[in-house]
Design a protein around this ligand. Structure first.
Ligand SMILES: [Zn+2]
Ligand SMILES: [Zn+2]
Length: 198
């Protein structure tokens, strides 16, 4: 049985290697597109790519590449541009939440990273609306375009939605949580840790 299993695993490996790679800080669906070197310059983190299981980042090309990969300041905005703020970077570890609430809110699933709420510097917050969740948390979103920007849990823990960051985040998707609640129409096979809840 073991050799059979090993052969099965060996057949799977090339398929896994062909899976789309994650571009650190890529926006939304871009993260799921195959890496085409040179075609997405400027997207993601300075055009560098993270290859699953391959040991992480490609070698940076000089200080400029490093600065793009680990920005000291992140800029965030909503879709219509009415809300804009900055916060310290890099984003670090990004968590994908597949709970029912996040899936309903986002239309797919949510990706966010921890931040100090007091570290946000707002450039424009007119139009910021808040939605109080059943669990006692608060979601910050744009009243004009509906973009989801942040979440403050009942215990005060604060996170910023990764998708609202403009340009490089300096972060990378690190885990999936609430996968017991995930939608049945997609698979999670990026090799990252998964938690049934959180
Ligand atoms: Zn907006
Ligand atoms: Zn969630």
């Amino acid at each position: 049985m073991v050799p059979l299993l090993r052969r099965g695993a060996a057949r799977l490996l090339p398929a896994l290697r062909r899976q789309p790679v994650l571009a650190a800080g890529g926006r939304g669906p871009d993260q799921l597109r195959p890496c085409r070197a040179g075609q997405r310059r400027g997207a993601g983190d300075g055009g560098t790519h993270l290859h699953r299981g391959g040991g992480g980042l490609l070698p940076p090309r000089g200080a400029a590449a490093t600065a793009r990969r680990r920005p000291e300041r992140l800029r965030a905005s909503c879709l219509c541009g009415a809300l804009r703020f900055t916060l310290p970077g890099p984003a670090g570890e990004i968590t994908a939440c597949h709970c029912r609430r996040c899936r309903t809110l986002s239309g797919h699933f949510a990706a966010s990273f921890d931040a100090e709420e007091t570290s946000l510097q707002w450039e424009d917050r007119q139009g910021l609306a808040e939605y109080r969740t059943a669990g006692g948390g608060v979601r910050g979103f744009c009243a004009g375009c509906g973009s989801s920007l942040w979440f403050r849990a009942a215990d005060g823990a604060f996170s910023v939605e990764a998708g609202c960051i403009d340009g490089p985040t300096g972060g990378r998707l690190a885990r999936h949580i609430h996968v017991a609640d995930k939608g049945g129409y997609y698979a999670l096979n990026d090799g990252l840790p998964q938690a049934a809840e959180d």
